[in-house]
Every structure is written in C-alpha cells, then in structure tokens.
Design a binder for this molecule. Sequence first.
Ligand code: C2E
Ligand code: CA
Ligand code: CA
Ligand code: CA
Length: 279
Amino acid sequence: GKMQGRNGLAVFTPDLGKKLLEKLHLETALRKAIANNELFLVYQPQISLTDHTLVGVEALMRWRRPGIGLVLPSVFIPIAEESGLITDIGAWCLETACRDIAQLQREVGYELSVAVNLSPNQVHGVHFQQTIERALSVSGLSPSSLEVEITEGLLMRDSEETLQILEGIQALGVTTAIDDFGTGFSNMSYITRFKVDRLKIDRSFVSKCLTDANSLAVTTAIIALAHSLNMEVIAEGVETVDQATMLRDLECDSAQGYLYSKPLTLADVSAFTRTLHEF
Ligand code: C2E
Ligand code: CA
Ligand code: CA
Ligand code: CA
C-alpha cells in the first residue's frame, strides 16, 4: 500500500500493506461465499407495543467462514459495497428472506412481514426493481409482507433517481422504512417528496431515552413526526422493560431488541411465536 507522505513522496507503511492484503483476501473469500453456501440469514423479531404480537422480523446477514468462524455484517458489508459484490449478495438476501418468510407464514398461519436492509450501491445497481420482483415471484411472498430498510443517506444522495426507484418498488406493494432514523437529520426535505411507510428510531436514542432528556426529546419528536405524516414508527435496540414501557406510553407502534429476542434462525423464530405471552 502507498500513502502520500508529508513531502508528497509515496511512503509504504507495513501496517497499511497488511490491511490491504487482508481486505483483498476477504474480498476473494466473499466472492466464493454465496456459491459455497457460507452466507445465511438470521431474523430478529419485531413486536407490536399495543398487543405484544409478533408483527414481523428483520433479516440480518451472517457469514460462516470456514476455518475462521462467524463474520459480522459490519466487517463484510462495507467490503461487499466497495467491491460491487453487494449486488449479488443483496439479491441472494432478498430471495432467501422472501422464501423463508413465505414458509414461516405457512407454518404459523398468519401474515408477518420481513424487513430487508438495502445498501445504497445495491439500489443504484442495474435492474434493482427486477431483483425485487424476482424475489417475490419465486417465493410467492405477498409484496405487502416485504419491507425494505433504507438509510437517510441514500435519500439525500442524488435524490431524484433514487426516489423513482423507490417509488417503483412501492408501486409493487412493497413498503419502505428509514433505518437509523434521526442520525442523519440534516436535510429531511425528501420526506415531503417521498412517502415513506415507516420510521425506525435509532438505538442511540432508544438506549438513552430514560437517562438523557435530549434523547427522550428526539424519540418523542420522531414518533410525533411519523404519526402526523401517517407513518408507522418502530424502535430498535430495545433492551429493558422500562424502555419498552416508555416507548409504549409515547405511542410508538412496535419495537425490536434484545429485550424480546436476539436475531434467530428461522426454526427458532417459529418456536419464538409460541413464547410471546411472556412479554
Ligand atoms: P442495523 O440494520 O441497524 O441492524 C441492527 C443491529 O443491531 C444488528 O446488528 C442487530 O443484531 C443489533 N441489535 C439488535 N437488537 C439489539 C439490542 O437490543 N442491543 C444492541 N446492542 N444491538 C442490537 P448486526 O446484525 O451485527 O448488523 C449490523 C448492521 O449490518 C445492520 O445494522 C445493517 O446496517 C447491516 N446489515 C445486516 N444485514 C444486512 C444485509 O442483509 N444487507 C445490508 N445491506 N446490510 C446489512
Ligand atoms: Ca436495519
Ligand atoms: Ca437500524
Ligand atoms: Ca442503528
């Protein structure tokens, strides 16, 4: 690896070289991961705060790397995005999630939804709408059972093209949620131009809403904003009963977090539906 030194000359740092090599190895390994069935999804329950039913799940990706162990998305998603692998991995994720939840719906006998995380580069890739359509048609999942989670960053970056892609997806009946809402508050003009279905309050506010007045104020404001624009609102990272009670009192619609469950395998989600009376 080369870096521009202070005097403009390229300097090589062994540390940087090692990091680049590691990244290259990771990228090569990730390229093979789909074909080798090393990627899998776990699902975190989303609970209604009004009647404590399981309303949906969020799909979260995992990579079981042979000889190394479990790799978390914070490590491999950025590499997938930079290398362009996110297009294939993202399509695999959408299709797998739709198939799994269609199966889960048949098992539990009611319509729960699945939220899938989209990365900005994935949405801008060619044929993204066809990727969604294909995932729905091969799985037989109803479009209304699929939600895509996007970030505010995506909506603020070259907005017109992005908004048209998202409107195309919505026209299919798929719903949209803004993930980590409140962390990119600088420009919300998109919200008057594009009708988002749901806001997801970031864990950084949820985790402090009982101890920090500012976090409580932001949480309260997001819930009010959502409801005044006819959107639903979900809180992520709910870890304590007191947080859940506070959120319910603030009329937040649903919640997700370790209080209810860590992300589970599909089989464990189906078992989880039978334990819900505990909340
Ligand atoms: P995210 O979308 O904000 O997902 C929530 C993260 O918080 C997950 O981490 C989840 O396991 C964790 N979490 C859930 N409840 C709690 C809680 O009560 N307390 C705490 N401390 N953490 C909680 P995970 O699975 O490691 O995912 C990290 C990030 O990676 C996700 O953040 C998302 O941005 C990204 N990601 C995961 N799967 C995918 C995917 O399939 N596609 C894309 N594009 N990104 C993904
Ligand atoms: Ca998410
Ligand atoms: Ca989130
Ligand atoms: Ca978050």
